[in-house]
Write a protein that binds this ligand. Structure first.
Ligand SMILES: [Zn+2]
Ligand SMILES: [Zn+2]
Ligand SMILES: [Zn+2]
Length: 382
């Protein structure tokens, strides 16, 4: 059995991109925030947290895109290739021309699927992720084909050669796969203490919002299926994803992620509609089968008022901790232990039938703890 709070996956992004609005505050390569960015040797469109990130980026992909970033960012807006277009292009540039041919990618994907090794760093592993081509309309495929050709033309600008069909084909494949498999990289944005807080006015947890800074492809994290009542949550340490448990997982039980539609915040009809449109499946998790209510209609824990009362006090203490940043972060792991204790107590009490509001609340606080720890952490070496 794995209890809430445990870390079960740590994965470095196969490829990642930084959103344009963060290019002056975050590292182009590892996506960590940085106070004094190190510039590229040749362009003024990117900044890095260290010379190591700059040199790794150059050797891997930046040598091909250097000087083109402003155009590529404009392309994501004007031609609507979106961040997945940029991420697909980054993946191809990292893979290098020798791995771009479909035959090579397929044989690499084959090795990944039949062999014992599922290697995040292997382009074939990324290539093997599902793209749902058969379920896509002709209009959808045509639009993605145009995007693939357009992005290829950027990289080939001025070389006078025939269009690189191999590159465009590989891009088209990833442009179908990434809407289902790419992950958002986000940090928590904490309001300044002077804004919402006073001794009597507590910060609302809703005010501490995730702020999307980029996107990444993580083949291992992508293996997790969806549940509207997930047992894990993932948080970004720059371009490293860490998956932590938020609900007890018994031996043999599947690990479930959430694809953005939780039972407490979206009703069953909306969840099924959105999951069908973006991911092409119907969800049969417990909240969907039993039609669990939204948070506001979920019963409270009447039988155990001792838990409810203690929880109210501890959550208020936690809000003060977040509010009076930066004294709080050192105590965040302490908060994780405190709140996972509540989950254990509720899960172990057979007289309690889930869902109850207190259980959902504790999970939300835990998610904030994990995200704050990730946002405030130094680089994770993976
Ligand atoms: Zn960096
Ligand atoms: Zn450059
Ligand atoms: Zn569901």
């Amino acid at each position: 059995m794995v209890c809430a709070g445990a870390t079960i996956i740590v994965e470095k992004a196969h490829a990642s991109i930084l959103l344009e609005e963060f290019k002056e505050s975050h590292c182009h390569h590892c996506l960590h925030w940085t106070l004094g960015p190190v510039p590229c040797h040749q362009c003024s469109q990117v900044g890095f947290c260290t010379t190591l990130c700059r040199d790794e980026s150059w050797a891997s992909y930046h040598q091909y895109e250097c000087g083109l970033l402003d155009l590529l960012y404009r392309c994501t807006r004007d031609v609507n290739t979106g961040q997945h277009g940029l991420l697909a292009l980054r993946t191809i540039l990292k893979a290098g021309k020798q791995k771009m041919s479909i035959e090579q990618a397929k044989s690499s994907a084959c090795r990944s699927s039949v062999g014992m090794l599922f290697d995040s760093a292997d382009y074939g592993t990324v290539y093997s992720l599902v793209g749902n081509t058969a379920q896509r309309s002709e209009a959808d495929l045509f639009r993605r084909t145009i995007m693939a050709v357009y992005l290829t033309s950027f990289i080939q600008q001025g070389d006078g050669q025939e269009p690189d069909v191999g590159m465009a084909t590989a891009l088209l494949h990833l442009l179908q796969s990434y809407p289902c498999n790419a992950h958002e990289i986000s940090h928590l944005a904490v309001p300044l203490p002077s804004e919402p807080c006073s001794q009597n006015q507590l910060l609302q947890l809703q005010q501490v919002r995730p702020c999307e800074v980029g996107a990444a492809i993580m083949p291992v994290v992508s293996l997790m299926n969806h549940s509207c009542n997930p047992n894990v949550v993932h948080v970004s340490y720059g371009d490293v994803m860490v998956v932590r448990v938020i609900r007890r997982i018994l031996q043999g039980e599947e690990i479930f992620d959430n694809y953005g539609y939780h039972y407490a915040t979206h009703d069953r009809k909306e969840r099924q509609l959105k999951l069908g449109q973006q991911y092409f499946f119907r969800c049969y998790c417990q909240p969907c089968v039993k039609d669990w209510p939204l948070y506001g209609d979920t019963p409270k824990l009447d039988k155990r008022s001792d838990i409810s009362d203690a929880l109210v006090k501890d959550i208020n203490d936690f809000k003060r901790l977040v509010c009076y940043f930066p004294e709080g972060p050192a105590k965040l792991e302490e908060s994780v232990r405190l709140f996972t204790g509540y989950l254990d107590t509720i899960e172990s009490d057979r007289s309690i039938s889930l869902p109850v509001q207190e259980y959902i609340k504790v999970q939300e606080v835990l998610k904030h703890c994990f995200a704050l720890l990730a946002t405030l952490s130094p680089h994770l070496l993976v």
